[in-house]
Design a protein. Structure first.
Length: 302
């Protein structure tokens, strides 16, 4: 069970419409709600291409969880059209629709205020909200401000993956987009980004050890049920993660993220992507191997 705030005394660390979300709000966010349940915000940190969409997908197997995808991308790109992963048009999504009904609603809104607005919009229906914005470059500082603002109800899940796999995935993505491969540059850039994103999480873990958890993509992909049960026990003590609930879309509202967010996946289909060990040219593999030591070894990637 999620912790609860005393009904007559909403603590600073509690979310909800009782909290200050200063500035103009969409009318749907100003209606009063009676909920007092504490909702935890789980932020997935780390670099891109590390399996955050898979982790978010598996977290959302629990009906206690609501997944919002990459919230930072919503703030950055605005004006999202098309469908939410809940299956509705964005404007009809009960969680994003009111927030994105007008271009002005997000004006001046910080990541922290948007997180609070989303939880207010959820109205206490879920015990855990997941934001998979990660900690690359412009988002590296976000977990720190969220932790300061939200207190003990914030958790950072630091997702790490072998930097050679990350780098190769980034190179392949640029190829799919039709841009010139520039492999040495892209490999090096991904290695640097991997450092920045992971060091941000490492620093967070030193500052807030009780709000920090680390998961390796390889462990998640090789033993998803076991890894998720362990993780879930830390995030929501007393709650059980059940693989049979995977794939329900009623609690997934991801506007941005890997294409997998829209797929239907069963636990048996979760497989580690090891294509880089076969396809990555040795020269670039050596380059990333050299650039990422010793942090790479800290996570067990020899
Ligand atoms: Zn939705």
């Amino acid at each position: 069970m999620a912790e609860r705030c005393p009904a007559d005394h909403v603590q600073d660390s509690c979310f909800g419409p009782e909290n200050d979300i200063s500035g103009p709000l969409h009318p749907s966010l100003t209606k009063s709600r009676s909920r007092t349940e504490v909702t935890k915000l789980v932020y997935i940190g780390g670099y891109g291409h590390s399996g955050s969409t898979l982790l978010e997908y598996l977290l959302a197997a629990s009906p206690k969880v609501v997944a919002f995808g990459e919230v930072a991308s919503v703030l950055r790109e605005r004006g999202r059209k098309g469908k939410c992963t809940c299956g509705r048009e964005v404007r009809l999504c009960p969680l994003w629709g009111p927030l994105l009904a007008s271009a002005e609603t997000l004006d001046g809104m910080t990541h922290e205020r948007l997180a609070r607005a989303l939880v207010a919009q959820d109205g206490g229906a879920h015990a855990v909200l997941v934001d998979s914005s990660k900690t690359a470059w412009h988002s590296a500082a976000v977990p720190f401000s969220l932790a300061r603002e939200l207190g003990p109800d914030f958790r950072l899940v630091h997702l790490v993956r072998d930097p050679r796999a990350v780098s190769w995935s980034a190179v392949k993505k640029s190829g799919r987009r039709g841009t010139r491969p520039l492999m040495p540059l892209r490999s090096g850039s991904a290695a640097l980004g991997w450092w920045v994103a992971n060091l941000a999480c490492e620093r967070f873990g030193r500052l807030y050890p009780d709000r920090y958890l680390r998961v390796r993509y390889e462990d998640l992909a090789r033993a998803p049920a076991e890894t998720m049960r362990r993780l879930f026990a830390e995030i929501l003590p007393g709650s059980e993660w059940r693989p049979g609930d995977i794939g329900g879309s009623g609690n997934r509202h991801q506007l941005y993220g890997n294409r997998m967010r829209s797929a239907s996946l069963s636990l048996a289909e979760v497989k580690e992507d090891t294509g880089w060990t076969r396809d990555m040219p040795p020269a670039y593999r050596s380059l990333v191997t050299a650039l990422t030591a010793p942090l790479r070894r800290r996570y067990g990637y020899d």
